[in-house]
Design a binder for this molecule. Sequence first.
Ligand SMILES: [Zn+2]
Length: 92
Amino acid sequence: MDCTTKFVDRVNGQLIDKPKRAFDTNEQAISHAKMVNALPDRKFKVVAYKCKTCFKFHVGRNGNNITDKEKDKWNKPKGFTIVGKIDLNKFK
Ligand SMILES: [Zn+2]
């Protein structure tokens, strides 16, 4: 059974059923959720969850807004944290 989500058609304003994207694994759904949450204009946080209907994984809103702190965390490149300068004279 395919899962759907309610979606407002931009052309006529009617509520239509849009098929939900299903992921086979939790990991795939989580990585998709992270990508969506990292988008610059994102206002609502999305999370991965296991569906009770199709037993696959979907990504959906959990009702929380994304905090600026979380955005900072996701947007920062990994491995470039500057912790301080090394004084080379200490090693002589
Ligand atoms: Zn489902």
